[in-house]
Ligand binder design. Structure first.
Ligand SMILES: *Cc1c(COP(=O)(O)O)cnc(C)c1O
Length: 468
């Protein structure tokens, strides 16, 4: 057959609509969705045929069954949720690809109440007049950080852009060369600064920047000194950074504000819980930094947000910047952020109730006990697999504490008749996808980021795998 004949023998949309499988599909899925997918699949098939070599067409026949199955699959996946819950077996706590921080169970009612009902988002309940959406979190952020004022936007990248655009447009901002970081997804500090209209002046060298580097560069056009917390990498060895204290003093002497992009934004002293010290927001504020920005969904453990704290004078200026409107956070985020911040009021409870802190501070003994539990379930029901418990390390992730290695326990799985990559792929393809990593020809599931409710899902997923 030639191409023309083959193409003209493709079934019509109406013909496919009369197929038994499609008729029963339309009972479950809106007809309009099915028709749309019939058209798409027919077009794909047509394109496929058009691309084929003439010689390959000799024995070619239209495979109607294949076509119908494609349409059924496409239509089913079309109505399923594409964005869905997965199980994080990677042990990377702040996994950017998996949504970073988990919100606490404690706050779900508050968030849902605001989401599904009307709220006083921008209404002052005392006066009955228009209120500010930021008012809901300003007092608690001030209380937790010691800052004079606060503002919240969609994420920390937006916060940096807003801060620089409001404080240093068409002026110079001095930053150490060692702090010109890329934050991932090709998001680079110098590029953001350029967008803001501020002129970047880098000083020092990659490994060393001295106070006099800043001092010599300060001039009439200098609008701010910027410190970027290099939270996602460390330069080790022969290095020197200017102490924040000295930078603040230099700023004060010259009447130039100091801005700090802290990135991770931790509010608790992690050292108390056996983790590496990470500068806290309140320390920067106490040292006299004029404006500090940080993320809501990194070490803070809340929703995606960018939090700006510092001098009221500057925050007022930012509030008048049209970018604030463009970057404004929505009510879901606001509800989740306020509720998460409230969890910080009870110091003894926050490491139990903020999932990010809970996972980061869980002891190896506790993880070990949970590994035993998961092991027992898997071992009993999946005799074909070789399963063991191993020592390993988890990571903080999200560009925070890059050198931190958290001792953990992992479940290592393999199967004699199934490649480790197939095993990883099958778990990832399960109805509740299980994200694992491969190490030494085994699939590794790190218990640190796996919750108790996940155990039976993992068990079912393994049961589900058919080894031919
Ligand atoms: C992560 C990070 C950002 C970006 O924060 P998002 O909330 O992801 O937008 C900016 N600066 C630093 C130093 C960071 O670590």
């Amino acid at each position: 057959m030639n191409k023309k004949n083959i193409l003209s023998s493709l079934p019509s949309v109406d013909e496919i609509l009369n197929n038994d499988k499609i008729i029963s599909l339309i009972k479950k899925i809106p007809r309009i969705v099915v028709v749309n997918n019939i058209r798409t699949c027919l077009q794909n098939y047509r394109n496929h045929i058009l691309k084929m070599e003439e010689s390959a067409l000799i024995n070619f026949h239209i495979d109607k069954n294949f076509l119908v199955n494609e349409i059924v699959l496409k239509s089913k996946s079309f109505i399923e949720m594409n964005l869905k819950e997965v199980i994080n077996g990677t042990g990377v706590v702040l996994h950017t690809n998996l949504g970073r921080s988990l919100l606490s169970d404690e706050i779900k009612e508050q968030v849902w109440a605001v989401a599904s009902g009307y709220s006083n988002l921008e209404l002052n309940l005392q006066t009955g007049k228009r209120g500010s959406r930021y008012s809901h979190v300003v007092d608690i952020i001030k209380f937790l950080t010691g800052a004079e004022d606060a503002l919240v936007v969609n994420n920390n990248a937006a916060a940096v852009l807003l801060v620089l655009g409001s404080m240093a447009k068409n002026k110079e901002v001095i930053v150490s060369r060692g702090q010109l970081v890329e934050i991932g997804g090709s998001f680079r500090v110098p590029d953001v600064m350029e967008q803001s209209g501020a002129k970047l002046v880098d000083v020092g060298t990659t490994n060393k920047t001295h106070l006099w580097d800043y001092e010599q560069t300060i001039g009439e056009d200098t609008a701010a000194l910027l410190k970027v917390h290099t939270s996602n990498y460390k330069i080790l060895g022969f290095t020197e950074e200017v102490d924040l204290k000295d930078l603040v003093a230099l700023g004060k002497r010259n009447n130039i504000p100091v801005i700090e992009d802290l990135g991770s934004g931790v509010l608790v002293n992690l050292k108390k819980y056996g983790l590496t010290y990470e500068p806290t927001v309140q320390e920067s504020v106490a040292l006299g930094v004029d404006i500090v920005t940080f993320s809501g969904d990194k070490l803070l453990g809340g929703p995606q947000a960018g939090i700006i704290v510092g001098n009221k004078k500057w925050i007022d200026k930012m509030k008048k910047n049209p970018l604030t409107r463009a970057f404004r956070i929505d009510k879901l985020t606001m509800a989740a952020l306020e509720a998460t911040l409230k969890l910080y009021l009870k110091e003894d409870e926050m490491t139990k109730k903020v999932p990010t802190l809970k996972m980061l501070t869980e002891t190896k003994e506790s993880i070990s006990k949970r590994a035993d539990e998961l092991y027992a379930i898997l071992k009993e029901n999946n005799v074909d697999f070789s399963i063991e418990i191993k020592d390993d390390y988890s990571q903080v992730g999200g560009g925070s504490l890059p050198l931190e290695k958290l001792p953990t326990k992992v479940i290592a799985i393999k199967h004699d008749n199934l490649s480790v990559s197939k095993l990883e792929e099958s778990l990832r393809g399960y109805s509740v996808p299980i994200i694992t990593r491969i190490q030494e020809e085994q699939v590794i599931i790190d218990l640190r980021t796996v919750q108790e409710k996940d155990y039976h899902v993992i068990n079912k997923a393994l049961n589900h795998i058919i080894v031919k």
